[in-house]
Design a protein around this ligand. Structure first.
Ligand code: TYD
Length: 206
């Protein structure tokens, strides 16, 4: 039976990951692909605990935070990602362990140790890393979402996160400038995914 494909969208907050992921999912479904859309933090037990932390990160140490994200990911891999890949689906995840290395790295954990602690998680076939200046991404969050910033989104912190994302050397990462128009970004996203499918000989017919 054919193995699926795992594609992760990564980047700092406000880069448009979720919008681009949804557009890609529609595109792939129109091609006849079986697509599973998912995200981290998940809606499971640990993901819900993480969301409660958004407004007050001071309540736990970086290590405790890291532990929660890893527990959430273990459950995500076991319950969703691994079965979907075994069934041959294309899994699109909004954030994965690169976010943990970047965000918990920015909070003081050693990024290499974070990657090592995630070795249980299948390596993605492709990481679409949307890049943007933190000032611009925060301006987008304020203007477009009208949100107040959560504790994961403050500027200094986000600069550190962006620097870490920029430093990751993994070959599966494709960087895309998210300051371009929505259509241009989507065109690059599709190009990278179609190239991956061709490389892997992955076809969408059932
Ligand atoms: P986000 O993608 O903004 O989720 P939502 O839009 O559903 O609220 O992610 C929430 C925050 O969690 C984001 O600021 C990044 C942070 N985060 C980490 O710090 N570590 C991680 O491992 C993950 C997956 C997310």
């Amino acid at each position: 039976m054919k193995q699926g494909l795992l594609i992760a969208f990564e980047g700092i907050d406000g880069t448009g990951k979720s919008t681009q992921l949804a557009l890609l999912a529609d595109f792939l479904r129109r091609l006849g692909c079986d697509v599973v859309v998912t995200r981290e933090p998940t809606d499971g037990e640990y993901g819900r605990r993480i969301r409660k932390l958004y407004l007050d990160r001071g309540r736990c140490t970086p290590e405790e935070e890291l532990d929660l994200f890893i527990r959430d990911r273990r459950q995500h891999v076991t319950d969703c990602i691994a079965p979907a890949l075994a069934a041959g689906s294309i899994v699109l995840t909004d954030r994965y362990y690169f976010s943990t290395a970047a965000y918990q790295g920015a909070a003081g954990c050693d990024p290499d140790r974070v990657f090592a602690a995630n070795s249980f998680a299948p390596e993605p076939d492709l990481v679409l890393l949307l890049t943007m200046e933190p000032e611009e991404s925060l301006a987008r969050i304020r203007e477009l979402r009208g949100d107040r910033l959560n504790d994961f989104e403050q500027l200094d912190q986000l600069r550190k996160v962006a620097r870490l994302f920029a430093s990751f050397p993994q070959g599966c990462i494709t960087r895309i400038d998210a300051a371009a128009s929505l259509d241009e970004v989507q065109a690059q996203v599709r190009q990278a995914v179609l190239a991956l499918m061709a490389r892997k000989g992955y076809r969408c017919e059932p």
